[in-house]
Ligand binder design. Structure first.
Ligand code: VGL
Ligand code: ZN
Length: 210
């Protein structure tokens, strides 16, 4: 298919902390850079998300004495996975990779900046009520199809895609332009949830150049 005026690519969290050597390095995370750059050239409209936590964020294991990264904890909005400190506002690990070559990016949406609430999704925080404003932005601009890629497939890419579908966008995830963390069955669960929501998981070969 050929992306048009009503299609937008959301490139999720391609930040140094999720790349090799980063605080929460996604296995083969660097493998997304080339396919994302190639893909982005086919889209006139591209937005990025950026995980952007204050120090001491509720999703950091270090904020909960006795807890380790990748354990679960109950927070006021429900169950939350705990992570190593990552993407702390203003640190090098929070920067978007300079290897992304997408000068036509139109918007960078930051998320996870509320100290007490995580946000895997670019649309809605983990309390499932606090909006980032992205839905309104995309609707006001008349987009109909949303294509998601980036890091990590089983967390921020999947949650962003699930919220895009819930908001009524025809939603695609581009698998070879994404990589997963895969902890505690998260990848299988994400695939199931995306399937159930009618999200199409496709390869970037299906996207024709402009
Ligand atoms: C992410 C865990 C914590 C992601 C962000 O980008 O998938 N995962 N924060
Ligand atoms: Zn995070």
């Amino acid at each position: 298919m050929k992306p048009g005026e009503q299609d937008i690519l959301i490139v999720v969290d391609v930040q140094y902390d999720f790349l090799p050597g980063g605080a929460l390095a996604v296995p083969d995370g660097g493998g997304v850079i080339a396919p994302v750059n190639r893909l982005a050239r086919a889209f006139r409209h591209v937005v990025l998300t950026q995980d952007w936590h204050p120090k001491g964020h509720a999703s950091f294991a270090s904020s909960h004495p006795g807890k380790q990264p990748f354990e679960m904890i109950d927070l006021h909005y429900g169950s939350q996975a705990l992570w190593p400190d990552h993407c702390v506002q203003g640190t090098p690990g929070a920067e978007i990779s300079r290897d992304l070559d997408i000068p036509h990016v139109q918007l960078v949406i930051r998320k996870g900046y509320n100290a007490e609430i995580d946000s895997y999704s670019g649309f809605k925080e983990a309390d499932r009520r606090t909006s980032t404003g992205l839905e309104g932005y995309l609707k006001e601009r008349g987009f109909q199809r949303v294509f998601c890629a980036g890091l990590a497939l089983d967390f921020c890419v999947a949650w962003t895609a699930l919220d895009a579908a819930a908001a009524g966008f025809e939603t695609y995830v581009i698998e070879d332009a994404s990589r997963a963390i895969d902890t505690n069955g998260s990848l299988a669960k994400a695939r199931n949830d995306m399937n159930a929501a009618g999200i199409r998981v496709i390869g970037s070969a299906h996207i024709e150049a402009k």
